[in-house]
Design a protein around this ligand. Structure first.
Ligand SMILES: [Mn+2]
Length: 364
């Protein structure tokens, strides 16, 4: 039995909102879903598992129809869906009365239920969120009803306010595979319990490659004396994401100019790929007579954030000696007796820059 496990597609979301590429990313989330459906067709996948948060918020009918249209294109793949904490089934949820294609099973109840596919001898268990939070450990103590079947559990959450799970107990519960959603990074709890992660990264904390899980399960068999010989499972992570968030540290020195910084960032983006989205942390000490126009760097690529931890290089001792008794000297004195933290240090540097009129040449 061949399956694909995905979750947290968050269709309808606009990642990196207010950045120029946000709308494009929104479309790419749909492309990711469409890509997974295509893969099901190519691989003749028996079962597609969607472990919650297919949509980012309450889906519009238009969006449901769009998704259903894609799913109908692979009629030989059975698709099982649960709702997560983002697309939870509210009183007015579009999910409630929506008519899915024949190959789609939506486990709509807020209590554990299952769907059984006789031809692949596979039973899929799961339930949907009806509220944003679930504090009850609803999966604890759950066991598959029939060990002769391939048993799969769909779950969403795994943290205190989103369906807390006792992993050790779940590991022993007898499921051949537990397809989890909610964490957007791909995380393996064990060989049989996995988070697929979101097929595309959705914000700048979700660094690294993303994709989905492809697997194959052979059902349990029975020895002559009637003992269960457990089936085998193999899984592979398919890294399909179009883009990746990359965090990069860039050390600035007193030799750097705006132009040299630009060139270095351009080199970095050339090397790591211009389809990726960058979070740049700049640190080090710069020549106080140089200024960096961070806004001007935006044409180099998809830079979602610049974290500026640079400071001007100043010779404080020299500065203090030459300004002993005047306002600059008094300011340095005062600040040096302040708390030893980053804010105070920054205030000291900015203050000196202001008092010296951007710092005379001989003070760095
Ligand atoms: Mn979630």
């Amino acid at each position: 039995m061949k399956f694909i496990h995905t979750a947290d597609l968050h269709l309808g979301m606009e990642p990196d909102k207010d950045h120029p590429w946000s709308k494009m990313r929104s479309r790419e989330l749909w492309d990711a879903f469409s890509g997974i459906i295509d893969r099901c067709g190519i691989m003749k996948t028996d079962l597609l598992l969607i472990a919650g948060d297919l949509f980012h918020k309450q889906p519009l009918v238009r969006e449901l129809k769009e998704a259903a249209g894609l799913m109908a294109a692979v009629p030989d793949t059975r698709i099982v869906i649960i709702a997560g904490n983002h697309d939870y089934i509210s009183g007015t949820s579009g999910y409630r009365n929506f008519k899915w294609p024949d190959n789609v099973s939506f486990l709509m109840s807020d209590r554990i239920g299952s769907v059984y596919f006789e031809d692949i001898n596979t039973e899929v268990y799961g339930f949907s969120y009806h509220t944003r939070d679930i504090f009850e450990p609803l999966l604890d103590g759950l066991k598959p009803a029939d060990p002769h079947r391939i048993n799969i559990l769909l779950g969403h959450g795994g943290e205190a306010s989103k369906l807390p799970v006792d992993w050790k107990q779940l590991e022993r519960a007898g499921f051949d595979y537990v397809a989890m959603g909610h964490l957007h990074k791909n995380i393996d709890i064990s060989d049989r319990i996995r988070y697929a992660g979101s097929p595309e990264p959705l914000d700048l904390n979700e660094t690294g490659r993303h994709g989905y899980i492809e697997g194959e399960i052979s059902g349990s068999t029975f020895s002559e004396d009637g003992r269960i010989i457990p089936g085998t499972i193999t899984t592979t992570r398919v890294e399909s994401s179009k883009r990746e968030y990359i965090k990069a540290d860039i050390k600035i020195g007193t030799e750097d100019t705006y132009g040299s910084l630009r060139n270095r960032i351009k080199g970095l983006i050339d090397e790591r790929g211009d389809s990726n989205i960058y979070i740049l942390r700049l640190f080090g000490e710069y020549d106080p007579q140089i200024s960096f126009d961070f806004e001007g760097l935006n044409d180099l690529g998809l830079i979602v954030r610049i974290i500026d931890e640079t400071k001007p290089k100043l010779d404080l001792e020299k500065l203090y000696k030459e300004n002993d008794g005047n306002v600059i000297g008094m300011f340095i004195d005062k600040m040096k007796s302040g708390p030893d933290n980053e804010i105070n240090e920054k205030a000291l540097y900015y203050g000196i820059m202001a008092l010296t009129g951007n710092c005379p040449q001989n003070y760095y």
